[in-house]
Write a protein that binds this ligand. Structure first.
Ligand SMILES: [Zn+2]
Length: 348
């Protein structure tokens, strides 16, 4: 059935967006028409958007199928500005977020079994369609996450990817309260992983390079700090009984490989940080003690909702640096430098 649609008016005020015109191009601030939501979509007035290391995949054209120009951004916090035809479950003015999981088809084998996270046709915000590096964006209903009043936009944004990834990886890891759980790396992911691990009641060990972050790690909730430069971290974990779970967040396959011998019986290395090199492990390392290595990607918007509510309940918050949208290139470079503490967030 054809739908009567009013064409966007020519006098609609343009908005600002930070786009990548082609793979490898620099960010450019452009003026665009404000997008119109279609049936099953809402328009979001973006308030804040986190810059994630995986935005490199969009900027450099390293993800298959991305159409350019593209506006990245999959850590979006804002308010519903307009709803598409037939949308009744979201209201104008309602606070809303969009994370990595940008939509699913509801029809594939995984969706029919309720495993939306692994949809065969999953959409990624800022990859499959324009994301949050702009003043307004359009998103499908199944990607939306309600934001609790107690969370500021700039705090909610990074929780919609870095937050949910660490929270969901840990809560699905099989670790129980009191178990030794190690968080490798104190960065954008790690500083959240340490906080969640503490609030989940684990015995938390943090593995970092050098002694510089020891005080911060303890402040975030680590019970033990292991300096991987001064000691052999795997041995230190064995002295504590062996880890039930090691959450590998730092993008170093070599560092991850070196930690496998720190796992205790039935221990699991959960990989959420990405690096191009292979992780190296011998069969014997896994067979003895029935150890596993598992990867984990974010989660559904429902799991993001759980993440935000848990953060309100427990006080977990990201540490952030904010930049205005106009300085997207500078903010992106800051993220890439690895010097940011710890998530870089654009404000509109
Ligand atoms: Zn599906």
């Amino acid at each position: 059935m054809a739908t009567l649609r009013v064409a966007p008016k020519a006098e609609v005020a343009p908005m600002k967006a930070a786009q990548i015109s082609k793979p490898g191009a620099e960010f450019e601030i452009v003026e665009r028409q404000i997008p119109e939501p279609e049936a099953g979509q809402v328009r979001i007035k973006v308030k804040a958007c986190g810059i994630c290391h995986s935005d490199v995949l969009v900027k450099e054209g390293l993800w298959p199928g991305i159409e350019y120009p593209r506006v990245p951004g999959h850590e979006v916090a804002g308010v519903v500005d307009e709803v598409g035809a037939g949308v009744s479950t979201w209201k104008q003015g309602q606070r809303v977020g969009v994370g990595w999981h940008g939509g699913h088809d509801n029809t594939c084998r995984e969706c029919r079994r309720g495993d939306f996270r692994n949809c065969r046709n999953v959409k990624i915000s800022g990859f499959s369609y324009d994301g949050g590096y702009q003043q307004y964006m359009v998103a499908p209903l199944e990607a939306l996450v309600p934001i609790p009043d107690a969370l500021a936009d700039v705090d909610a944004a990074p929780l919609l990817d870095a937050g949910i990834t660490t929270y969901n990886a840990l809560r699905n890891s099989g670790a129980m309260p009191g178990d030794l759980v190690a968080v490798q790396g104190i960065g954008g992911l790690g500083h959240l992983g340490i906080q969640f691990a503490n609030k989940f009641g684990y015995h938390v060990a943090t593995i970092g390079r050098g002694s510089g972050n020891a005080v911060l790690a303890k402040k975030l909730g680590a019970h033990v700090y292991i300096d991987s430069q001064a000691t052999t971290a795997a041995q230190e974990l064995q002295k504590l009984g062996g880890a039930r779970v090691i959450l590998a967040t730092a993008p170093s396959s070599k560092a991850m490989s070196a930690l496998i011998d720190g796992l205790g019986p039935n221990g699991k290395l959960v990989v959420i940080g990405t690096a191009p090199e292979p992780i190296e492990v011998t069969p014997a390392q896994l067979i003895l003690g029935s150890k596993t290595i598992q990867g984990w990607a974010a989660g559904t918007p429902a799991a993001s909702e759980d993440t935000l509510n848990f953060c309100v309940l427990t006080g977990v918050r990201p540490m952030i640096e904010t930049y205005p949208l106009e300085k997207a290139a500078e903010a992106y470079a800051r993220m890439l430098s690895g010097e940011a503490e710890f998530r870089v967030v654009l404000t509109m």
